[in-house]
Design a protein around this ligand. Structure first.
Ligand code: 9WN
Length: 451
């Protein structure tokens, strides 16, 4: 049963205690014995960046379980280094989620690219937040981590993952990782992908059946036309054997959010390397090079935000999305850029501090919709990332206000998937795992905040 909490009735101290208990209940309820599903109904398998955020929350509950969350994800890693965006649970009926394992066919179509023979997985990826998560999990209990040789065991896989993105996904040849499907940045139907997606011929209507609408309101989800294009892109990649050199990508975009998270994770990977006595220099060098490429390629001076670059015409996409604020987390950006980002966050397009959390898309943009998925609603994971970014930039008051807002919205909506930025009404499904995990993390404080 979803529990709704109102701080006005309980007072902040009691509210936080009840919120903590409720968040723990969600995480325990969504644990499958090996990993955590984002949602028992809508997303009944393991998702890549969800598991990273969930582990960040689980570390306060059980560092051991947080380690297993990441270990189980990496045990499905492909031999070419990619970490698939979904790891399917064979015990769940095939039709429970679409696209299902028999659509992706990883163990056969993906075999030449190094997919494991089991479990079945998808063939695309999601943002590489895993090294950051692994480092935070380690820091929660270094003794337990050391006993289980957690970092030493995870390091080769994380390193291979970053090398895959560097070697296979630099489709523009300028030092940034490209996404080849709107599901890859995790911000699936952001208006930032609209122009690139319009070039993709949709899969025929009736050639697939959406399972998402069994669990969520159609007005909160992507349209059928978007879905038909997602299906076409994934099927084309599959039919090219998920081979990045062979595939002809109808959709290829350099996304600032994806690359900012990769940079943050490269620094975490360097910390991990140092902790286990390996060489931190390669990861650090990659982070520095990628930061320069991010600024050269994706900084939009006129808009005061990072924007995506469409590799089909090599032009910046003139859309302000929350992914463009995520570089606030990137160490070493010029102060002039972080100051401009802070102004943009506080200005009319995102109204940080005035609306609920951080809208996924420009509040004044022509496509803004307060309910539909990534086209306006505020999400908890991007708010958590921006909270870290604000702290890193020294905007402590703004960070503290955002933290309080995240906790209020999480409790008031029963850990909704996302919320209407204007009135905080919950949208999508409830008891969503990363909402619970990241709320728990903010409630427990950051052991690394002192760094
Ligand atoms: C497709 C699991 C995932 C998140 C994504 C979010 C949504 C899937 C879907 O759910 O995407 O990957 O079916 O809509 O957009 O960020 O990882 O929670």
């Amino acid at each position: 049963m979803t529990v709704l909490l109102d701080p006005a009735q309980h007072g902040p101290g009691r509210h936080h205690r009840s919120l903590r208990a409720a968040a723990v209940r969600v995480l325990l309820g969504n644990w499958t014995g090996n990993a955590t599903v984002p949602s028992r109904s809508l997303y009944p398998h393991q998702w890549s960046w969800d598991s990273a955020f969930i582990a960040i929350g689980l570390r306060h509950l059980s560092p051991r379980r947080a380690q297993r969350e990441l270990e189980s994800l990496l045990s499905a890693q492909w031999a070419d280094g990619r970490v698939p965006h979904i790891v399917f649970n064979p015990a769940v009926p095939c039709g429970a989620y679409f696209p299902s394992p028999d659509f992706w066919r990883s163990s056969t179509a993906g075999r030449p690219a190094g997919a494991p023979s089991a479990p079945e997985t998808s063939g695309i990826v999601q943002p590489p937040v895993h090294a950051l998560a692994a480092w935070l999990v380690h820091r929660a209990d270094p003794a337990e981590s050391g006993r289980r040789r957690f970092l030493a065991r995870l390091h080769p896989g994380l390193d291979a993952w970053h090398r895959y993105l560097t070697a296979h996904r630099d489709l523009g040849g300028r030092g940034l990782a490209a996404i080849v499907h709107p599901w890859e940045p995790g911000l699936d139907n952001s208006p930032a992908w609209d122009t690139a997606l319009r070039r993709v011929p949709p899969a025929p209507a009736g050639s697939f059946r959406r399972a998402d609408l069994d669990h969520s309101a159609a007005s909160d989800r992507p349209t059928d036309l978007d879905y038909a294009r997602y299906v076409r892109l994934a099927a084309d990649y599959r039919d090219a054997g998920y081979d990045d050199a062979r595939a002809r990508f109808a959709f290829a975009v350099e996304d600032p959010g994806f690359n900012a998270l990769l940079i943050a994770s490269e620094y975490a990977l360097a910390d991990i390397a140092e902790a286990i006595g390996a060489d931190p220099a390669p990861a650090r060098a990659r982070a520095v090079r990628r930061t320069a490429a991010l600024t050269d390629r994706l900084w939009d001076e006129e808009r005061g935000i990072f924007t995506a670059r469409d590799l089909h015409d090599d032009r910046l996409v003139p859309v302000r999305g929350v992914g463009g604020l995520l570089p606030l987390m990137v160490p070493g950006l010029p102060r002039r850029i972080t100051d401009a980002l802070l102004r943009t966050a506080a200005g009319d397009h995102f109204r940080l501090g005035e609306v609920h959390m951080v809208p996924s898309y420009d509040l004044t943009g022509p496509e803004f919709d307060p309910s539909r998925y990534w086209r306006g609603p505020s999400w908890f994971n991007t708010a958590w990332l921006i909270h870290r970014g604000l702290l890193a930039c020294g905007a402590v008051d703004e960070a503290d206000r955002l933290r309080e807002g995240i906790l209020r919205d999480a409790g008031a909506t029963g850990f909704a998937e996302y919320v209407d930025p204007h009135n905080g009404a919950g949208r999508g499904i409830r008891d969503f795992s990363w909402t619970a995990g990241l709320a728990l993390d903010l409630l427990c404080g950051h052991p690394e905040r002192a760094r």
